[in-house]
Design a binder for this molecule. Structure first.
Ligand SMILES: [Zn+2]
Length: 58
């Protein structure tokens, strides 16, 4: 009996050596994480700019 694992995300069969998700989903996950990091950076810098502006208004 051969055993295979399934991708936790899309349910496709995983190749040996792949983790819990397939390469495709791993790539998607990575891009999502990247986007989130960029978004967080944008929010942080926006807050920073607003703080600077509030600071200069005093
Ligand atoms: Zn997948």
């Amino acid at each position: 009996m051969s055993y295979y694992r399934k991708c936790e995300d899309c349910g496709c069969t995983l190749d040996p050596g792949e983790g819990r998700i397939c390469d495709e989903c791993a790539e998607k996950m990575r891009q999502k994480t990247d986007r989130r990091a960029v978004l967080r950076k944008m929010i942080l810098s926006t807050n920073y700019k607003q703080m600077e502006m509030e600071e200069s208004l005093r």
